[in-house]
Design a protein around this ligand. Sequence first.
Ligand code: TYD
Length: 216
Amino acid sequence: MRGKFIVFEGIDGSGKTTQLKLLGDRLKERGLPVLHTREPGGTRVGETIREILLNPDYSELVPRAEAFLYAAARAQHVAQVIMPSLAAGTIVLCDRFLDSSLAYQGFGRGIDISLLEKINEPATYGLVPDLTVILDFCAEDGMDRISSSGRGIDRIEREARDFHAKVAAGYLALAGRDPARYRVVDANRQARQVHLDVMKAVEVVLNEIASGNSRT
Ligand code: TYD
């Protein structure tokens, strides 16, 4: 049976990494086959593209080139990792996917959403997540978290707070277009509380596996 494709989205500093780990641990405890992966990255080629995208030295990168690089990394990721894993029955937990491009390059940079969808159609091979969890988090607090984390700040994180606020609002707009496929979770709370809401959304998808049903 085909696996499930669960994506986490949210602004930088929204706690995606923590939530993905908590969810992955829970699913593994239940003996389910889980693959944890991320965009941009998840493959050797994708991780190399990621280095260009996040390196602050490449400040000359224009929005369209940025969008194509994210899409190129995605094409490699979908073909090499995600589709074969789903075909093998694995639950794929992915840190970001297409909606990151729509939120960051679209709502953030101002590229037309329909142009981004055109670029990404071949890059995703038409693959649509079974569930996208959006961690809704205050953009100001996200940037504060990143600045106080003590690690280097990448090219995207260097953008102004206003950019990240547009991205956060963009995610909510995207969720509003197709509420059945998205679950918006208030991430301005303790990680354990956020996790409980994430589990509620994921249980629906897991029940489909248990009953052998699929929406795809
Ligand atoms: P992420 O892995 O969340 O960063 P970190 O390792 O610092 O937590 O994502 C990398 C950055 O790339 C993040 O700022 C969001 C951005 N991004 C886009 O702008 N478009 C995209 O399509 C994707 C996948 C990510």
